[in-house]
Design a protein around this ligand. Sequence first.
Ligand code: HSE
Length: 334
Amino acid sequence: MSVDNKSGNLVHKKIDFAHILEKVRVFAPATVANMICGFDVLGFAVDEPGDEVLMYRVAEPGVRIRAIKGDAGRLPLDPQKNTVSACVQMLLTDLGIENELGIEIELIKHMPIGSGLGSSSASTVAGLFAINSLLGNPLSKEELMPYCVEGERLACGHGHADNVAPALLGGITLIRGYAPLDMVRLPVPEELYAGIVFPQVDVPTRDARQLIKEKVALKDAVTQWGNIAGLVAGLFQNDYDLISRSMHDVIIEPTRAILIPEFYAMKQIALDNGALSFGISGSGPSVVAITRGQEVAQVVTEKIQQHLSANDIDSFKYVSSVNIDGPKVLPFNA
Ligand code: HSE
């Protein structure tokens, strides 16, 4: 699916004010960007963790943040600085209804900020999916995508789509190109699992991107594009050996691994205990073991956590299959 990168030009969308909902509650999933070998072009969504947005229609026009929970006070409540409200505002402006509608947002973070799990993307996608649901779904997911990418730009200074695309579309996504945004949903082998460990150190995406070298040696580029193509072929063929052989990153991992304590020890543990592959989730510090089946992912994450605790590093772990559905509307009082 190819998408016009520019937001705007949505005034032709008719919003039926009589049928706008009073409130909506939305969950959007965390994501593993890069999928180890595909920097900025591959990513997948997981079942947990994820963020929630509770959105209310109110009488006074404008977009406001009512509360943010689970962020330890780190995210701005100023609606122009908060990426969720800023993106919702942008969408209402493009629809030409910003002076007619009042929106209040409660954001519930269920995952750490700066974790490499697409924390800001999950919040932005939840917010945009929520406003679209509240308005009666006037926009398709493709039309929401430029606003999601803009949210990523606001959050970390760069509009990569490998978190927001899988968070919004679900499944495994390939960003074939950025100008225009061209996204492809890839097949998801049924037994593919992710064992994620988040060592509790902070690695902001902005900083982790600045470390990366601008130039790549041709031999590394050849290895990497062979791996990306091999991974895509492996997904289509349901070939776990090919997936395993392909999920290696010779370009980004060697640079970023230095930001993650015990990275190579964790990698050894994962591979010794049957993981198909192991690498950095997004810009880190979360790491991900890709496994065939849930049990291996459980064992690998437990052993990695034991290793981290022995080195006085606290961590969280998540074991998940690939989330096919992306964001979902939840019952309000659940
Ligand atoms: N592709 C991005 C990066 C993802 O690696 O910087 C950030 O979560």
